[in-house]
Ligand binder design. Sequence first.
Ligand code: ATP
Ligand code: LTN
Length: 331
Amino acid sequence: MARDILFSGIQPSGQLNIGHYLGAMKNWVRLQQDFDCLFSLVNLHAITQRQEPAELKKRSLDFVALYIACGIKPEQSVIFTQSDVPEHSELMWLLSCHTYMGELERMTQFKDKTAKNTDNINLGLLAYPVLMAADILLYQTKAVPVGNDQKQHLELTRDLATRMNNRYGDIFTLPEPYIPSVEAGGRIMSLLEPEKKMSKSDENAGNYIALLDSPDVIRKKLKKAVTDTDSEIRYDREHKAGVSNLLTLLSGATGKSISTLEADYVGKGYGHLKVDTGEAIVALLEPIQTEFARLRNDETELNVILKSGADKARAQARNTLEKVKTAMGLL
Ligand code: ATP
Ligand code: LTN
């Protein structure tokens, strides 16, 4: 019997970090057992910001190797590059004509990115969520595992699917978001500024733990993590953002619940928590890094995986696109 479809993607920009792993990729790996999965390197999204072409190419292969090193199985799931499947851009246009400017202008990510990139506020930044909706709807996706920051984009995707279905008949499956709770890693915060989200486009690498950071770098970054002037190890996002984030990281890396950790650390200091969190992350990432190094050595194989992924994705994408065009009266 055919299984439901799962789709997710990450932009090949910056460096993959522990926030992406705990917020999204860990769920990707787990859900592979229950869904037919497609995982995309959404490079057309990445070019909403300036990319150095040679760097983008190299980084895209790094990301594929990391997807696999983290547990995505290419023989089971489809891994592909967004730009290899032109149907994404084509469906985006069809959806664009049904998306209102007001809907796009109020997206938090658009507002954040335009505030940061005042010299490059391009049309792509505004249209970004429509391309994301196309990514998802093209595969009749049921489940979309993402971090908490993508919730608003998922809601827009559902609105667009409903709008199109009401107008043209049942053309799209309504996708459901899979977002871990904040406590479970849905929103990992920056190490030095724990009131903002850990992000791979952060200029200060001290704010994130990259999946490829060496053990020493990881330990040092955690040592410098911002906490507070109190000394109690307790989960309280509002008043103790830094400490709560460390507890979330430690919980994500060890599998222990936050309340168990709070009990374990009664009477212990922040230094202790930082060292243990560092060691837990080093232990979590060590096998991933070893596997990455092995896979990254063979670019030919990575390209074969992407080519085969693109062929499989295209076959599915074509079906939906034909269905939509027919429903809309496009000859
Ligand atoms: P950028 O900073 O380059 O805009 P980003 O770091 O936000 O990007 P994305 O490519 O936008 O990363 O996100 C990839 C996936 O990781 C998405 O599902 C997103 O929700 C999730 N994610 C990103 N940052 C975090 C975080 N700090 N905590 C939890 N999940 C996250
Ligand atoms: N916008 C997402 C990346 C993304 C995505 C998708 C995630 C693009 N297309 C489709 C899930 C499904 C982000 O994380 N910034």
